[in-house]
Design a protein around this ligand. Structure first.
Ligand code: UN1
Length: 498
C-alpha cells in the first residue's frame, strides 16, 4: 500500500517536505465533492528554488551514470507501476473521475513508456559518418540538456508525466515535476514509485501548487534548462514566450479540435463505436478527443440516429463504479466552461439533439456531471466547430465530397489527431497525405495513441516537437558533433581539400 499521497508533500532532494510557508490545498473527488481525496502543499517560489538547487546538484553526477545503468532504474519504475497498477488506478479514478478501465489504461501507458525508454539505455544511437579529410573520424552523440521542468495536466495523471519524465531521465537529465493541482495525489503516488525504485536524491523532484504561482516560477527560473508543458494553447503561448526570453528549450503539447470523417462507404457500426469512444471517452477531456463528426450527406441521417440511440444509453456515474460509461468533469471551472459552450452553440444556431445540460439527478448532484451532448446543424465557422471544449460535446457537420470533408477537417487553428472511416483505399491514402495533423487514424477513433510512436501536432497544437517514441529523445538531448583528427597535422576543412 502506498499512503503518502493522503497528505501529499513536495519531494525535493529525496525528502518529503511541506511548502516552506506551510500552506495547503485540497484535492476533492469530482464525482462527489463531499469526499476529500488528499491535501497537498501550496508551494511558492522559495520551494522552487530548493528543488532547482537539488536538481542542479544531482545533474552533475546523474549525467555521468552510464545510460544502461540509468535505464535499470526505469525498468524498476515500470515493474513497480505494474505492481501498484490497481491501487493507483483506483486512486486516479477517485481523484479525477475517469472510469476505472480507463484509469488502468492510463497506468498501463506509464508501464509501456517505462519499458520502452528503459530499452533506450542500450540504444540512444547517434551517427558515425565519413570525414572529408583523411585520417579524421566523425560522429554525432546525444548529450543530456540539464534540469527539466515538466508541467503536466490532470487528464492523464500518470501517462503524461511518464511520457516526459522517463525519456528525460534515461537521457541523463534531472527533473522537477509540477503536476496539475487537480491530481496531486496521483503525482505523489507516482513519485513514491520513483522513490522506491531507488533513484539518487535530487534526480527526481516534485513541486505541488498552483500553476500561476509555482509553474510560472519554474518557467522563469534561470536554473531550468528545458520546459516541457502540456496544457491549453493560451497558457502554452505564455510559457513559450517566457522560455524565448530566458533562452530555454521548450516543448509544448497544446489543444486540439479533432475530427472524425465518416464517408458513405464506411462500415457504419465500426464508425459508431469509434465516434462514441472518441467523443465521450474520458468525458471528452483528452486533447485527442473527437469533437467534430464530419458526416457524408448520404449517411448523415442514419448515422445520427445510430449515435443518438447509443448516446442515450450511456451511464453517467463515479469512475470506480463498474457500470459507469462516463465520469464527471474534473472541476467546477470545466463544468462552467462546457456549460458556457452550450450557450454559445445555441446562440450561434446549433441544435442540441441530446444532452446539453448539467446532470443533477440523485447522486450526480454532488459531482461535476455533464450529459453527453450532440450538436447538429453546426457550420465550420461556428465557435463550437473551431474552439477546444474539453468536454462530452460533439458537433455534427454535413459534407458532400471527400475533398470538402478534408478541407473542413483542416479548417481549425489546431492539428493534433484525426480520423477517417472509409473502405476506399485511395481515399485513405489521400487522407494520410492531406490531413494537417500530427496523428491520423484510418478506421479507428481519434484517441488511442501508443507510446512508441511520436505524439503531437501541427499549427497551434504545439511548437514542432513530439512526445513519445524516439522523437522524445530529440526533445531531451542535444546533438554534439565530434571530430577526431588522427592525422597529426592541421587540416582545414573546405580549404586544404579543394
Ligand atoms: C491527451 O489527450 O492528452 O491517444 C493524451 C490518447 C492517449 C493519450 C492522450 N493515449 O488518447
Amino acid at each position: 500500500m502506498m499512503t503518502n499521497w493522503i497528505n501529499s508533500l513536495n519531494y525535493i532532494d529525496g525528502c518529503w517536505l511541506p511548502a516552506k510557508s506551510g500552506d495547503e490545498l485540497e484535492s476533492r473527488n469530482p464525482a462527489d465533492t463531499r469526499k476529500l481525496v488528499a491535501t497537498f502543499p501550496r508551494s511558492a517560489p522559495a520551494d522552487v528554488d530548493a528543488a532547482v538547487e537539488a536538481a542542479r546538484r544531482a545533474y552533475r553526477t546523474w549525467r555521468l551514470v552510464p545510460a544502461p545503468a540509468r535505464a535499470e532504474f526505469i525498468y524498476r519504475v515500470g515493474e513497480l507501476l505494474l505492481q501498484y497498477k490497481e491501487e493507483l488506478a483506483q486512486l486516479m479514478s477517485q481523484e479525477m473521475g475517469k472510469p476505472i478501465a480507463e484509469a488502468r489504461g492510463d497506468v498501463q501507458e506509464g508501464v509501456d513508456c517505462a519499458f520502452y525508454y528503459a530499452g533506450e539505455g542500450r540504444r540512444l544511437f547517434g551517427q558515425t559518418t565519413t570525414s572529408e579529410m583523411p585520417n579524421k573520424f566523425a560522429m554525432s552523440v546525444r548529450m543530456p540538456i540539464g534540469v527539466c521542468a515538466l508541467i503536466t495536466p490532470w487528464n492523464f495523471p500518470v501517462a503524461i508525466p511518464c511520457w516526459k519524465a522517463l525519456p528525460a531521465l534515461v537521457c541523463g537529465n534531472t527533473i522537477i515535476l509540477k503536476p496539475a493541482e487537480d491530481t496531486p495525489a496521483c503525482a505523489t503516488f507516482l513519485i513514491e514509485i520513483f522513490d522506491k525504485a531507488g533513484l539518487p536524491p535530487g534526480v527526481v523532484n516534485l513541486i505541488h501548487g498552483v500553476g500561476a504561482e509555482v509553474g510560472k516560477a519554474l518557467v522563469e527560473h534561470r536554473g531550468i534548462d528545458l520546459v516541457s508543458f502540456t496544457g491549453s494553447s493560451q497558457v502554452g503561448a505564455e510559457v513559450g514566450a517566457i522560455c524565448g526570453q530566458t533562452h530555454k528549450r521548450v516543448c509544448l503539447e497544446l489543444g486540439g479540435k479533432n475530427a472524425q470523417i465518416v464517408m458513405e462507404d464506411a462500415d457504419l457500426e465500426l464508425a459508431l463505436e469509434g465516434a462514441i469512444w472518441g467523443a465521450f471517452g474520458t468525458t471528452g477531456q483528452r486533447c485527442t478527443a473527437t469533437s467534430r463528426l464530419i458526416l457524408h450527406r448520404d449517411i448523415k441521417d442514419k448515422f445520427t440516429a445510430m449515435l443518438l440511440e447509443r448516446t442515450s444509453k450511456l451511464r453517467l456515474g463515479a469512475g470506480i463504479e463498474l457500470d459507469t460509461d462516463i465520469g464527471p468533469l474534473v472541476n467546477s471551472n470545466q463544468l462552467k466552461r462546457v456549460s458556457n459552450y452550450l450557450e454559445i452553440a445555441r446562440s450561434e444556431g446549433a441544435e442540441v439533439l441530446i444532452g446539453g445540460e448539467v446532470a443533477k439527478d440523485g447522486e450526480l448532484q454532488h459531482g461535476y456531471f455533464f450529459k453527453p451532448t450532440i450538436l447538429n446543424n453546426v457550420s465550420p465557422q461556428m465557435r463550437v466547430a473551431r474552439e477546444e471544449i474539453f468536454g462530452p460535446v460533439v458537433a455534427l457537420i454535413e459534407v458532400g465530397e471527400f475533398e470538402e470533408a478534408i478541407a473542413i477537417l483542416n479548417d481549425t487553428p489546431y492539428g493534433l489527431s484525426s480520423s477517417v472511416y472509409t473502405r476506399d483505399i485511395n481515399r485513405a491514402f489521400i487522407a494520410m497525405r492531406d490531413i494537417e495533423a500530427g496523428i491520423t487514424y484510418i478506421n479507428g477513433p481519434t484517441i488511442g495513441a501508443e507510446v512508441h510512436l511520436p505524439f503531437g501536432g501541427v499549427k497551434q497544437t504545439g511548437n514542432g516537437h513530439r512526445e513519445a517514441g524516439s522523437a522524445a529523445l530529440d526533445v531531451f538531448t542535444e546533438w554534439k558533433s565530434v571530430y577526431v583528427d588522427f592525422s597529426g597535422r592541421l587540416q582545414r576543412a573546405q580549404i586544404d581539400n579543394h
